[in-house]
Every structure is written in C-alpha cells, then in structure tokens.
Design a protein around this ligand. Structure first.
Ligand code: AMP
Ligand code: ZN
Length: 459
C-alpha cells in the first residue's frame, strides 16, 4: 500500500495529505484521567484513534504512538484521599482497570504510555523556559502562562476574546482571565501530593503534562495530535501556546479531533452522570466487539448517538460480516494462504484513507455482501476474498470471520479463549490448554472436546 492518507486538520480546517516519512511517524493522543472507570464516550475517542493507528500501520506507515495517563489532577487526588490510598496506588489500580477494558476493546497497546507523575522534571524544565522567555509569571508559589505574550493564541480553536475573558475560573492571582496555570502551589487539600520545584512545593497543571511528554517522546513538529473535540479548547490550544513559546517550533502538524458520543442529545460525561461503562454494556448483554463496531460505525467527525438500538444493529451487522467470513473460510479450508491481491476492496481502503470514512467503507462491504449472496465461490476465489476479509479484521479491530461454534449467545471473549485453547491443544501445550479450560469454567463455560473441534456449554 503506497497510497497516502488524507485527514481533516482542525488547525487549518481542511483535509490534508499526511506528508511525512512513513517510518516513526509520531502520533500523540491525550489519554484517560485515571480515578474511575472510563465510559463508552471516552472509548469512542480511544477506539477511533486506534482505528487511525491501525489504518496507518496497514497503510505502510510505522507509527510511534504515545498515549499518556493523566494521574495528577484534582479528581485523582481526591479519589486517592477518599479511598485511603496513595496517589500512586490509586492511579495504578485504575490504570490497570483501564488496560483491561482496552484489551477487551482490542485497542492496540501504545508504543509508549507515559504518566504525568513520572515526568515532573520535564514539566518543570518547560515551565523554566517559559519564565525565561517572559511567557509565564510566578505568583505566590504558582506559575501562570501569560496568554498576552503569545501573539497567535487561539489559532486552533479560533477562540474569541469573549471566551478568553471568561477563562477557567477567577483566580485573583492571574494577570488576565485567559491566563492558565502551569504550576499549582501546594494547598492543604493536596495532602501528601507535593513535588519540589524552584517555586516551592506543588504540582504541575494539566496542560503542561501533555506538552512535556509529547516533546520528550516525539519531539517538535510531529505528525498527529489527537483527542476528543472537548479538548480543542482550552487544553490543546494551551499545549500549542506553551510549546511554541518554549521551543519556537510547532508541536504537531495535524490536529485530529473526535466528535462526542451523545446520549439523548447530550454529551456522555462523568459530570452529567449519563454514562455507561464497559461492564454496563456487558450487563446489557452485548460484548466489547459489538460496542467497538457501534463506536466506529459513524463518521468520527459527526456526533454519534448511543442507544440500545445502536448496539442491536451493530450486533446484527457484525453477524452478517462474520457469517460471510465463515462461509469463505469453510470453502477454502484446505488451501494454503494466498498471495496478496487486491480486488473490489481497494475502494474500501480508499474510503478509509479518505479521512477514515468508515460509513462509506462499511457501506461498500455490505453492498458487496448483497452482490455475492448467490455466488458460488471457487476455493481460489474464496481464499483471495478471505485474505481481504482478514485484512479488514486487522484494520477495524472487530471480528470479520465468525469463530467456529459461534452463537450469538456466546460472548466473543469466551470464544477467543476457547480458540486460544484449541490452538494450545493443537500445539500439544496441554498445560496451557488446562489453564484456559479453567479460565472458561471460572467464567461460567464448560468446554468439551470432540474429534476435531469443541463444544461450549454454559454452566
Ligand atoms: P478524560 O478521561 O476525561 O480525560 O477523557 C479521555 C478522552 O475521552 C479525551 O480525549 C476526551 O476528549 C474524550 N471524551 C470524553 N467524553 C467523550 C464523549 N462523550 N465522546 C467522545 N469522547 C469523549
Ligand atoms: Zn492532553
């Protein structure tokens, strides 16, 4: 695949071809604040960015993907205090839960996943530079960014003076309402969370962490900076301002923003309390691959409404794709893997390379399903088409070939474990097969082997 990908850039308000060396192309995504379960709105952003990463990888790029963990924040600090844990223990516990959910959602593991608390020195060094350049000032142990020093502040979000006058709270220490905090002086409610700095003990503000970690791992002028659309202002605007004032260079070339997942017309968010977690989705009887399909099925720049109906149609769509894959697999079961060849699916690729147009890509796949419903595939044709099907499985990250023994009633995760166990048995690794049998049993499923496959029954 030598075609280039085209993406919408919030900074220029236009679609642009990625004009980068394919190897080591830098992608940064603002990660979760770890004090509670991530909700499926958060997962819309993380899943779309995962799709972007997969399309880049399958399109011949070699992305270096950095997604941070926000572990110093009012919410993580008060969460740790309420649960009687240190900040580290608390945030590591929630990070692990986030990782479990990411695995279930089949999100690729980032190349690097830095956390703010492990990068205090880098954040302090960046603040020192901003002070040296007159772009920041110290007040009572806190440090603020001076927006007036940054001539083109607002270029990403096109934020007007009115919004700047409102600012992020009325801190009397600030020179101007739009200024924002880089370093927060310690206060009693921070408890044991106190880092030493040239301005006394305290902790970094939220915006500086992403600039410091992105610069450390990707340098300036990297390819893509991603996040949910709510981060465009002030978070990303401030990341740009800090970085440009400190380094004289731009942070990222392309700013990629994912529209919100909504529920009943409103943004799904922790503060509104209208959220669903992955566990809620399971309790409703849907598995993570179904959620993944539902989250990817709309165009990422359009808000997406979350409903039981959207999960139901995702399950049915996945079923149709998977049945076709299984049919192909059964026809060509005995043939060796095919040589690479592109057929009608080039159009699907083109849709994905055109600003990740998933609805168009899926539309083409379903039209194809209709066209071949009556077709008698030869084994060679089936083999070639299955190769394409599996390629899309890699890109979309949801199953395109129904597993053996598939039943809408058996969760995808259970089937994955059963398939892994089958592989272990075939490789005569009976110890591993037994471990997986026990895992299935612990999750309420009994596996019985037969001549060349297995049966699963709920216990
Ligand atoms: P947080 O854990 O709140 O820092 O958010 C993690 C990511 O989820 C950020 O990129 C947010 O922009 C994104 N996000 C939060 N709510 C939603 C939503 N309802 N739809 C899509 N993305 C969201
Ligand atoms: Zn960020």
């Amino acid at each position: 695949m030598t075609k280039r990908i085209q993406l919408y850039n919030t900074l220029t308000r236009s679609s642009e071809f990625l004009d980068f060396q394919r190897s080591g192309i830098g992608v940064y995504c603002c990660g979760p604040t770890v004090y509670n379960f991530a909700h499926v709105g958060n997962f819309r952003t993380f899943t779309v960015v995962d799709l972007l990463y997969r399309v880049l990888r399958c399109g011949g790029y070699e992305p270096k993907f950095v997604r941070n963990i926000t572990d110093i924040d009012d919410k993580t600090i008060s969460g740790a205090q309420k649960s009687g844990e240190t900040l580290l223990v608390h945030t590591e516990r929630w990070t692990k839960i986030f990782h479990d959910d990411c695995r279930a959602m089949n999100l690729a593991v980032p190349t690097i996943e830095p956390r703010a608390a492990a990068h205090i020195d880098e954040q302090i060094a960046l603040i020192v530079k901003l002070l040296e350049r007159g772009a920041a000032y110290v007040r009572n142990g806190s440090v603020y960014f001076r927006v007036a020093a940054c001539k083109d502040y607002g270029k990403l979000s096109r934020v007007g003076e009115r919004e700047l006058l409102v600012g992020d709270g009325n801190d009397p220490e600030k020179e101007a309402a739009g200024d924002f905090v880089l370093w927060k002086a310690w206060k009693e409610s921070d408890g044991a969370v106190a880092y030493a700095s040239p301005w006394g003990k305290g902790r970094p503000g939220w915006h500086i962490e992403c600039s410091a970690m992105a610069l450390k791992y990707l340098g300036t002028n990297f390819a893509i900076h991603a996040g949910g659309i709510d981060l465009c202002f002030p978070h990303h605007e401030n990341e740009i301002a800090q970085t440009e004032m400190a380094t004289g260079e731009s942070l990222a070339k392309l700013w990629f923003h994912v529209a919100h997942l909504r529920i009943g017309g409103e943004k799904m968010s922790k503060s509104l309390g209208n959220l669903y977690t992955l566990n809620d989705i399971r309790t409703m009887g849907y598995d993570p691959p179904t959620l993944r399909y539902a989250l990817l099925s709309g165009h990422y720049r359009q808000p997406l409404n979350f409903s039981t109906e959207s999960l139901r149609s995702a399950r049915s769509a996945l079923g149709r794709l998977g049945q076709h894959g299984a049919r192909l697999r059964n026809i060509c079961a005995q043939l060796p893997p095919p040589a690479e060849k592109f057929t009608i699916f080039e159009a699907v690729w083109d849709a994905l390379l055109d600003d990740l147009h998933v609805p168009k890509a899926l539309g083409l796949l379903f039209t194809h399903l209709q066209n071949v419903a009556e077709k008698n595939f030869t084994a060679t044709e089936a083999r070639e088409e299955l190769a394409e099907w599996l390629r899309f499985e890699e890109v979309f990250g949801f199953p395109m070939v129904q597993k053996e023994n598939y039943s809408a009633d058996i969760p995808e995760e259970i089937l994955c474990i059963a398939e892994e166990r089958k592989k272990a048995r075939n490789a005569k690794d009976f110890t591993r097969a037994d471990v997986l049998r026990k895992e299935l049993l612990d999750r309420g499923w009994q596996v019985k082997d037969n001549a060349d496959s297995y049966d699963l029954t709920a216990v």
